[in-house]
Design a protein around this ligand. Sequence first.
Ligand SMILES: Nc1ncnc2c1ncn2[C@@H]1O[C@H](COP(=O)(O)OP(=O)(O)OP(=O)(O)O)[C@@H](O)[C@H]1O
Ligand SMILES: [Mg+2]
Length: 1021
Amino acid sequence: MFYFLSLWPFKHFRVVASEGVRAMMESALTARDRVGVQDFVLLENYTSEAAFIENLRKRFKENLIYTYIGSVLVSVNPYKDLEIYNKNHMERYRGVNFYEVSPHIYAVADNSYRSMRTERKDQCILISGESGAGKTEASKKILQYYAITCPASEHVQTIKDRLLQSNPVLEAFGNAKTLRNDNSSRFGKYMDIQFDFKGAPVGGHIINYLLEKSRVVHQNHGERNFHIFYQLIEGGEEDLLRRLGLERNPQQYHYLVKGNCPKVSSINDRSDWKVVRKALTVIGFNDDEVEELLNIIASVLHLGNVQYGGEEGSACITSDTQIKYLARLLGVNGAVLTEALTHKKITAKGEELMSPLNMDQASSARDALSKAVYGRTFTWLVNKINFSLANKDESNKNYSVIGLLDIYGFEVFQNNSFEQFCINYCNEKLQQLFIELTLKSEQEEYEAEGITWEPVQYFNNKIICDLVEEKFKGIISILDEECLRPGDASDLTFLEKLEDTVGGHPHFVTHKLADGKTRKVMGRDEFRLQHYAGDVNYNVNGFLDKNNDLLFRNLKEVMCMSENNILTQCFDKEELSDKKRPETAATQFKTSLAKLMEILMSKEPSYVRCIKPNDSKQAGRFDEVLIRHQVKYLGLMENLRVRRAGFAYRRRYEVFLQRYKSLCPETWPNWHGKLSDGVSTLVKHLGYKPEEYKMGRSKIFIRFPKTLFATEDALETRKHGLATKLQAGWKGYSQKSKYQKLRAIAIQAWWRGILARRRAKRRRQAADTIRRFIKGFINRHKERCPENEYFLDYVRYSFLTNLRKNLPKNVLDKSWPTPPAALTEVGQLTVFMELHMEQKMIASEIFKDKKDNYPQSVSKLFLNTRLSKPDLSSFWAQYAVTVTKYDRKGYKARTRQLLLTANSAIIVEEGKLKQRIDYGALKGISVSSLSDGLFVLHVPSDDNKQKGDVILQSEHVIETLTKIAICADKINNINISQGSIQFTVGQGKEGVIDFTAGSELLVTKAKNGHLSVTAPRLNSR
Ligand SMILES: Nc1ncnc2c1ncn2[C@@H]1O[C@H](COP(=O)(O)OP(=O)(O)OP(=O)(O)O)[C@@H](O)[C@H]1O
Ligand SMILES: [Mg+2]
């Protein structure tokens, strides 16, 4: 089967020599990638859902869980640990073109990162899929990728740690075991990762969406409350539990027994507790804050155990043990809390009265308090994490962003309530965004390349979004109206209102409006929405209460008096005096989603579409019916159709030419003309028909996969042909050796004679050497003369050889072997060598494994001047070198000399000073990871003396940068960029240098105004 777009085979041959194990893994991968196509656009039968699913199945069976649809990544949850997320894998995807390696979540992460850096456009990665499909895992993998592969300083390392550690904390408080997923996110999360100009993560910010608070007080059968409760009870130290008044048994707590599922085999609450506890410290919680946070968690459990008894109509609390704990943990007065849990404050004729609650009302009030306390604490926690992730560097607010969206997936249960309504509405909005952006970007690409666009029919779910959110007429507006209107509004009157208002909508049905068949599967208290992802019946019971989300005023008052510092931030006294009715839950959600859409629209999106292979969380099970359903509602077939409507395949000219140039005599081995002409020549030679392809501005577009398959087959044959040639060469060589062997017998006799003569000569020479050595030893203290010359040379040689073997292990180690007394000359040499070695060590620290031409520099001596005709100005310099300076606008190249003095770097033209950069003003230095010699000296843009950053090129770039790093004390400020470097032009304007690997060094101004640098690959990495 076809495995195109997999791996560049030649690249792998190169790797084989250097990294045996890795190469074996990779070639195994190549073989496995023959299973199915890596990109659905290459499916011949692309309209067939069966072919689509078959391709997914084939790959899934081979543990190939990732497949592309163009640039969209489809991921199938493997439900087992795959060995594809280690550091080696990360390295493999770093800085590599999306299509050069097999599909992976790291490729998406890397692609967004590079786009952010090269195009300076904020990015976002939208991860969608139903509950349990692997969204959260995917987002964690992306975060890990950035944490490991992005450059880091000490400060950045702290931020990286905090970014990573925010996950276990948020998951502990916001995730729970549901029927669908043992670690289901019960809140939506959008996280911005902020990167500085060097591409290092310098901060982060999280926005949370609608936590499923109802879970605090109730769980369906087989489900659990939020993880943190169980973690605390199972893992908390004895002392801690005693202070919190908790027992080490979740069965003791009403809020934890509703789902009858205290233990889950896949979850280890005790070890998770340790992880969370440590993470809280990393994020910046001190012990007091942790204690206050846990006081709140424990008090929710105690609240759940508050039981009511008493007479009809007026509830009272039957035991005061819980109240005692609650008073202490919440820092409130016990009597006031007791009253607030059993009474309601009403205002009649300007007077405030306490009216007793009945048992049901009192239980609801208690549950409302638990939900409010937990929900607000969760928001506080997110704010606290945000504070810890905030980029505190005031001078560096000009960062780029990659956003990660991991939000609850589309959800259908037996009984669907207000929460599912909100979650599914959110998924409608995201689908809408997906449709708009994927179609838009496809269209834009054709436009940019000057290719005519052919529209494709697809289901636009805007109609459903409108049904839910339209002002005055939408379901949320109607719900709000029922919540706010005076009179006897109830969940059922809400249902009736819906029937009156949106009853005629094609995507809305109720029992009353349905046909006979649908009626059978609908309750009278349900309404059905025909979502893009399928039909869902929502039970209206609880909609009004949940939307109102009310907490009795006197309970709020008690919380406002709390001595717990977290609660005082959660319950603000101002809220009590605010007479305005708070926004309803649904409206708040709608507003926050609208803001989210704005955020996402302002960024360049990438998509990860997650698929769940089965409902039983089992590895290796591929449930076709379940998968077909997801393929359908994720709109993957439409996505593919849109992608294929135009052209199945598109590739930049240079990439296409590089891969297939061996198929045409004119382009092989190298094409020296315009890239597009090269591609034209190549495809004409291959016999492409005009209707099969189009030439864009920078890319070739190929309409049918079969055209590409044929080209790929030709490449395979060509490679085979090359191999045959090599084989023929080898055969010739081996025949020749055989012949030589025969001849050897004949000449052996003659050869033996020669050897004997040589041995005699060597013996004579040895005797001479010994004689000279003894003579030298006798005269060793004399001035150098013919008698001791040989001996002194020998001593010097053996000392240096010994020195080489015993070099100090680091720069600080000054223990050099003492030179022999006779060799003062060598003694002086070691001082030079010592300095030189120090510089080499620094160069290694900065560039080893990071810059492609570093290995070539290792064996070369670092010099103090590279000027062939040093002039006066260079005499007082510590280092001098000829450089090429590129001006910042037209990139005109000019020859200059760069001199490094004690305090500044000076650029000189034939003895005339052109520019001085004081080391104090040097912000940083950027250089590419390739083999070119370009580098940028960054200076503050507000420095009037400077016109902007300085772009230079040195033939001895490793030496030059090491010298600058040492002279200017900037060893930690050299940023080695993967794809491009931004620089300031002055007056706040910015420019970009793009670096790509190619066959030879080329520095040109690109059409997009960037400076484009192509550098040959010297070392395979
Ligand atoms: N790439 C993966 N490799 C191995 N296991 C995975 C992978 N992705 C997901 N899983 C498994 O599936 C489980 C569910 O994944 P995850 O929590 O990411 O789902 P989700 O889409 O976030 O669901 P929800 O919407 O309920 O939050 C994980 O706990 C893990 O066991
Ligand atoms: Mg999740």
